[in-house]
Design a protein around this ligand. Structure first.
Ligand code: FAD
Length: 257
């Protein structure tokens, strides 16, 4: 137990999501029955239909496609940013019910070290601080256990107040393709987002693109599609960012062959 690294897994996704999105969109403009449409959609060029939706700004059919990710090795600071995205479902490991007493895991609780702290040569100081926090947690945990009515069962819920933003967490996230493309990826794969949530969002994008390349073809920061909306806060790296996401998607496609 101690330093943890990011791990993102695509747990589930809507089967044939591109076909489903195309079917939902086609239904809006056709007098045919759903069974007839289904037959037509199967043999139709779904790619062109999905592209047309994006051009028209008709994004609601994307809401039928769901993606569920398992994420571990992120900090509580990162998960707090994540759960601000409201059009989603979350299940997060609880610090009330999963206690961090060193007697339970035999060491220091898991945590994330920001790369900048390693770069500035303060990694050891940071690790020592985590050990000190663990010692404090244990002290509070044992003391609270004695005074709480339900003792051990509830000591963790108050002892956790001494844990840092760096504490590692695990979370399962479900978002639909519209939320992923129109909000989450636009904001969180952008250079303005913090390094940790950016890395997580980029991994999520790679996984979603891997199973639905036509839906996520243009997904990424806003500047992949047009000018940067960040104005004064613009990173000024439009060309580099576009090249980065082009390369990343090319690599995902190559890995599927
Ligand atoms: C670089 C950066 C810096 C940030 N800094 C701060 C900060 O300093 N302080 C802070 O508090 N937050 C900050 N945030 C978080 C930000 O304000 C949003 O809470 C977060 O990005 C989620 O965005 P959202 O609300 O658009 O997304 P979602 O909650 O995923 O919503 C998606 C879209 O649905 C619509 N929507 C959802 N809920 C409603 C609603 N209730 N009413 C109307 N429309 C709705 C909106 O169109 C919204 O864009 C920051 C985010 C970024 C990317």
């Amino acid at each position: 137990m101690a330093e943890k690294k990011l791990n993102v897994i695509l747990l589930r996704h809507t089967n044939n999501s591109e076909e489903l999105v195309a079917l939902a969109a086609k239904l809006c403009y056709s007098p045919a029955t759903i069974e007839d449409l289904k037959k037509k959609i199967e043999s139709q060029d779904q790619v062109k239909f999905i592209e047309k939706l994006a051009e028209m700004g008709h994004h609601s059919p994307l809401e039928h496609a769901y993606f569920t990710f398992g994420v571990e090795g992120i900090s509580r600071a990162c998960s707090h940013q994540l759960v601000r995205h409201r059009i989603a479902s979350y299940s997060q490991q609880s610090q009330r019910y999963v206690d961090e007493h060193s007697g339970k895991h035999g060491g220091v609780f898991d945590y994330i070290i920001p790369p900048s702290i390693v770069k500035c040569g303060l990694k050891e100081k940071f690790e020592k601080l985590m050990e000190d926090i663990q010692d404090n947690y244990d002290e509070f945990y044992l003391a609270i256990k004695k005074v709480k009515v339900e003792g051990e069962k509830t000591a963790a819920e108050d002892a956790r107040y001494v844990l840092p933003n760096a504490a590692e967490t695990k979370i399962i996230i479900t978002m639909n393709a519209r939320e992923l493309i129109d909000s989450f990826f636009k904001l969180r794969t952008c250079q303005r987002a913090q390094w940790e949530i950016r890395a997580m969002a980029t991994e999520m994008l790679k996984l979603a693109f891997g199973v639905a390349p036509n839906l996520f073809k243009n997904a990424g920061p806003s500047c992949l599609q047009g000018p940067c909306p960040e104005k004064k806060m613009c990173c000024g790296k439009l060309k580099e960012v576009r090249a980065e996401f082009k390369k990343l998607k090319k690599e995902v496609l190559a890995s599927k062959k």
